[in-house]
Design a protein around this ligand. Structure first.
Ligand SMILES: Nc1ncnc2c1ncn2[C@@H]1O[C@H](COP(=O)(O)OP(=O)(O)OP(=O)(O)O)[C@@H](O)[C@H]1O
Ligand SMILES: [Mg+2]
Length: 259
């Protein structure tokens, strides 16, 4: 029997920055689960705790309390070997500002996560070719980031986030620095990766357009999740987008006020 377990469990996560009379409660008891194959979005206004949440899951920062489990295993109990494996190959991270290394080519940037593992070159090259074809960056693999457009840089970064076959891709405002057309292209690609290979994605964004490509959206404000929207099985991205806008309007007189 195949067990349809939870891939990621976030349990009562709290994060307090600062000390004594200068504290910020960035996460105030966040709990949710992600099933394998989901494309989960988290929407919330600036300062609501989205990046803090992703960074806790990515072990970039330590939560003040609460737990994150991957495949039932508590990631804060990992020893240094498990942690290196988790960071290097169980999660892929896609940043708003691409975070490519300027002095490496597109190809070198994509292969970077594998370089510390001594992965078989033939296998790595096959995976690279597949991702480059999918993200339509084959022709620019030899270029340096300064020679690429914003959309191309982000598609290279997307390739890098997937090269190690992670269980989950964590994306922080991946379209934040892109124009509308490049944002749409990227979101179509991420949706494709999710649908065709069942890759699990967790994306935070305040952009309703980007979020409308997700299969489910959680809404966060002041470090608390307060609402959920699910995209119906056969609901188009355009219809889901309309529903997101309607919800935002109900919540606070238009998305400009809420997000
Ligand atoms: N290192 C830090 N030290 C102190 N406070 C911080 C730190 N990082 C974030 N904060 C605060 O925690 C809160 C949540 O920040 P976070 O970056 O998670 O928000 P966000 O939802 O990602 O916002 P944005 O949409 O602008 O990226 C904010 O009030 C922020 O000022
Ligand atoms: Mg952020």
């Amino acid at each position: 029997m195949i067990r349809q377990g939870k891939l990621l469990e976030v349990q009562d996560l709290q994060k307090i920055y600062g000390k004594k009379n200068n504290i910020t409660k960035a996460l105030n008891g966040v709990s949710f689960d992600i099933l394998p194959g989901e494309f989960l979005g988290i929407m919330g206004p600036s300062g609501s705790g989205k990046t803090t949440l992703l960074n806790c899951i990515a072990t970039i920062i330590k939560p003040t309390s609460g737990r994150v489990l991957l495949n039932g295993k508590n990631i804060s109990a990992f020893n240094s070997k498990d942690l290196a494996e988790y960071r290097g190959s169980r999660i892929g991270y896609l940043f708003q500002d691409f975070a490519l290394l300027d002095n490496l080519t597109g190809q070198e940037n994509i292969l970077l996560p594998l370089s510390i593992y001594g992965v078989d070159f033939v296998k790595a090259k096959a995976k690279l070719d597949e991702l480059a074809g999918f993200f339509e960056i084959t022709d620019i693999l030899h270029k340096f980031p300064s020679q690429m457009s914003g959309g191309q840089k982000q598609r290279v970064a997307a390739g890098r986030s997937l090269i190690s076959d992670p269980d989950i891709v964590l994306a922080d405002e991946p379209t934040g620095a892109l124009d509308t057309r490049s944002a749409r292209t990227l979101m179509n690609k991420l949706e494709g990766i999710n649908r065709s290979s069942g890759r699990t994605i967790l994306m935070v964004s305040h952009d309703p357009n980007a979020a409308s490509f997700c299969s489910r959206i959680l809404f966060i404000q002041d470090g608390v999740i307060f609402h959920e929207l699910r995209r119906k099985h056969d609901e188009s991205q355009e219809t889901f987008y309309e529903r997101i806008l309607q919800l935002l309007a109900q919540l606070g007189g238009g998305s400009a006020n809420v997000l």
